[in-house]
Design a protein around this ligand. Structure first.
Ligand code: ATP
Length: 529
C-alpha cells in the first residue's frame, strides 16, 4: 500500500515535469512507403498515401489484416524503416519535420528482446537505473520499479528469470507485459506499440490496454497496432486507423467506425464484435477460398454477414476505400490535420543530450552484463572448463617435451595445437553474445545509452572471466610442457620462444573470444557514426 502511494506521488511529480516538457502532436500527410527492388525489378507499395494524426490524451488503434502495413506505418512514423524501402510524404511532430529518434519517444516492438538470465525485477530495475533522471533517489527509482511491476500485473513472476533458448522461464504473455513495462517506465510523451496484446489472454489484454489508455489520458500520445481486439478492448481505444493493403479504409473516432461501415452498406450486427466485422470486410487474402465456401457460409452466417458473402472481399474493400475518401470522416480528419500541423509545441529533448548520468549508465550496464555472463553457463563457465581440459590434454601429449631432435617437431606441433584449439573454442560464446547484441541494438535504437558506454561496460564486465581463462590455460600448458629455452641450442631457443608466443597467443585468442563483443560494438558503432 505504502509503495503504491509513493509510486503515485512519484508519478505525479513526473507528470508535472512531463507536462512542462510539452505534449506531442503527430501528423502524417500523404505518407507512402515503397520497396524499389521487390524481385524481378518490380516496385512494391507497402503504404499508399496515408494521412492522419495522433494527439495527446488519446489512444489510437491501428488495425488491419495480416500484412496490411500496420508495422510499416508504425515504423514510418517512428523513423525506423529499414534501409531497403523509400518513404515519401510528411511526418510532423509538433508542427516540425523531424526524425523521431529523440527524447520522449518509446517503441514496443513485436519481438520481445530481453536478457534471459535476469529476473523480471532485475530487468526493470536495470532499465530504470539506465534511463530515469539522475536527480531521482534510489528509493524513488525502487518505488517506480515496484509500481510498474504492479501496473503490469507482474508481481507473481517478479523474481523469476525470463528464460532463453536453454532456460525455461516466464511465459510469452508475461514477457510481452515486461516489454511494455520497460517502455512505460519513463512515461514517454509519445508511445508506439506493435501488437502489445499478442500472446495475452483476454483479461490480460484488457488490463494492458486499460493501462495504456490511462497513460494516454495523462497527457501522452499512444499509437498501437492491434490484432483482433475483443469488443471490450476495442471500446478502450479513442481513435482507429483501419488499413488494408497499405490503404486507408477508415480513420477517425473508433466509436464512429461502426457508423461508417453501416453508411457504406456493410452494417455490423449488434451482437457481433466490430473489429471482427471490419477485418472480415477487408481481408482479401482468402478471396479464392471464399468463393468456394460461399455456398456453405451463406446458410450458416448471420444475416448481415451473409450479405457480404455475395461480394468478393476485394470489391468490398475497394468500395470502402472509395466511400471513406469522400466521407465526412475524411473531411473532418483533413481539417484536424491542417489544424494540428500549425500547432507549435515544444521540441522534444534530445536523448543524447539527456545522458547526463554517464557514470551511472556505465556502472549499471557493467553490473548487468557481469550478472548475465556469470549466470549464463554457455557464455564463459563451460568454455573455462573446456579450456582447462584442453590445456591438460595438450600438456600431457607434449609433457616435458625435452631437448632431443624429435622435440623440435613436437614443439612446433604443440604451438600449432594450442593456438588452433583455443582459437576454435572461442566461437562457443557466440549464442549468448548474439542475445546480448539484440538487447544492445534495441536499447541503442531507443537511445538508452551510447556505444562507448556499451563497449566499455562489456570490457569491464568480461575482464575477470578473460583473466581467469588466460591464467588457467596459459599456466597449465606452460608448466606441463616445460618450455624452458636451452641457451646452448639456437633452434630450441627459437622453438621455445615460438611455443611461449603460442601460449600467449592462445590466451590472446581467448581474449579474442570477447573481441566479437568489441568488434560488433565497433562495427555497429561505426554504422551510427
Ligand atoms: N523492408 C521491407 N522490405 C520488403 N517488404 C517489406 C518490408 N517491410 C514490410 N514488408 C512487407 O510489407 C507487408 C506489410 O508488412 P507489415 O509488417 O507492415 O504488416 P502487418 O500489418 O504489421 O502484418 P502482421 O499483422 O502480420 O504483423 C508485408 O507483406 C511485408 O512482407
Amino acid at each position: 500500500m505504502e509503495i503504491k502511494e509513493e509510486y503515485n506521488a512519484n508519478r505525479n511529480e513526473m507528470r508535472v515535469r512531463d507536462n512542462k516538457k510539452g505534449m506531442m502532436y503527430l501528423v502524417w500527410e500523404d505518407l507512402s512507403v515503397i520497396v524499389p527492388n521487390y524481385g524481378n525489378g518490380h516496385t512494391r507499395r507497402l503504404l499508399n498515401g496515408l494521412s492522419g494524426y495522433a494527439e495527446p490524451n488519446r489512444i489510437m488503434a491501428i488495425m488491419g489484416p495480416s500484412a496490411s502495413g500496420k508495422s510499416t506505418l508504425l515504423d514510418a512514423l517512428a523513423g525506423r524503416l529499414s534501409r531497403n524501402v523509400i518513404m515519401s510524404g510528411k511526418v510532423l511532430l509538433n508542427g516540425k519535420t523531424k526524425r523521431l529518434d529523440y527524447g520522449g519517444v518509446a517503441y514496443v516492438t513485436q519481438e520481445d528482446t530481453l536478457l534471459g538470465t535476469l529476473t523480471v525485477r532485475e530487468t526493470i530495475s536495470y532499465s530504470a537505473n539506465l534511463r530515469l533522471p539522475a536527480t531521482m533517489t534510489k528509493e524513488e527509482i525502487n518505488n517506480t520499479v515496484e509500481g510498474t511491476i504492479m501496473e503490469m500485473g507482474l508481481q507473481n513472476c517478479a523474481d523469476r528469470i525470463l528464460g532463453n533458448w536453454h532456460l525455461r522461464g516466464i511465459s510469452g504473455g508475461e514477457k510481452k507485459r515486461l516489454s511494455i513495462a520497460l517502455e512505460i517506465l519513463t512515461r514517454p510523451s509519445l508511445l508506439f506499440l506493435d501488437e502489445p496484446t499478442s500472446g495475452l489472454d483476454s483479461a490480460s489484454a484488457y488490463f494492458v490496454v486499460q493501462t495504456l489508455r490511462n497513460i494516454a489520458h495523462d497527457g501522452k500520445t499512444v499509437i498501437s497496432s492491434i490484432h483482433q481486439p475483443s469488443s471490450e478492448v476495442f471500446e478502450l481505444f479513442d481513435d482507429l486507423f483501419l488499413l488494408s493493403g497499405g490503404q486507408t479504409i477508415y480513420f477517425g473516432a473508433a466509436e464512429k467506425a461502426v457508423e461508417f461501415f453501416a453508411k457504406a452498406g456493410f452494417p455490423c450486427t449488434s451482437r457481433r464484435n466490430p473489429s471482427d466485422h471490419f477485418l472480415r470486410c477487408i481481408n482479401s487474402d482468402f478471396d479464392t477460398v471464399t468463393t468456394t465456401m460461399m455456398a456453405f457460409q451463406r446458410t450458416h452466417e448471420p444475416k448481415s454477414t451473409a450479405s457480404l458473402m455475395n461480394l468478393p472481399t476485394a470489391t468490398i474493400r475497394a468500395k470502402l476505400i472509395e466511400k471513406y475518401r469522400w466521407s465526412e470522416y475524411a473531411t473532418t480528419a483533413r481539417a484536424r490535420i491542417k489544424e494540428i500541423s500549425n500547432i507549435e509545441g515544444e521540441d522534444a529533448e534530445s536523448k543524447i543530450m539527456s545522458q547526463d548520468n554517464w557514470w551511472k549508465q556505465l556502472s549499471t550496464l557493467t553490473r548487468r552484463s557481469f550478472l548475465n555472463m556469470s549466470r549464463d553457463l554457455g557464455y564463459y563457465w563451460i568454455r573455462v572448463a573446456i579450456y582447462i581440459v584442453l590445456s591438460v590434454c595438450v600438456g600431457s601429449v607434449f609433457f616435458e617435451v625435452g631437448t632431443s631432435y624429435s622435440a623440435i617437431l613436437a614443439r612446433g606441433a604443440c604451438g600449432a595445437f594450442i593456438s588452433g584449439f583455443m582459437t576454435f573454442m572461442s566461437i562457443g560464446g557466440f549464442p549468448s553474445f548474439i542475445e546480448e547484441m539484440k538487447v544492445f541494438y534495441k536499447e541503442r535504437i531507443n537511445g538508452h545509452y551510447g556505444i562507448a558506454v556499451y563497449i566499455l561496460s562489456n570490457f569491464l564486465s568480461s575482464f575477470p572471466f578473460v583473466a581467469m581463462m588466460s591464467i588457467a590455460t596459459g599456466t597449465i600448458t606452460y608448466y606441463m610442457v616445460k618450455f624452458r629455452p636451452e641457451f646452448s641450442h639456437l633452434v630450441y631457443i627459437c622453438l621455445d620462444l615460438i611455443g611461449c608466443i603460442a601460449i600467449v597467443e592462445s590466451s590472446m585468442m581467448i581474449i579474442a573470444s570477447l573481441v566479437p563483443n568489441y568488434l560488433m560494438g565497433l562495427i555497429i558503432g561505426a554504422g551510427y557514426i
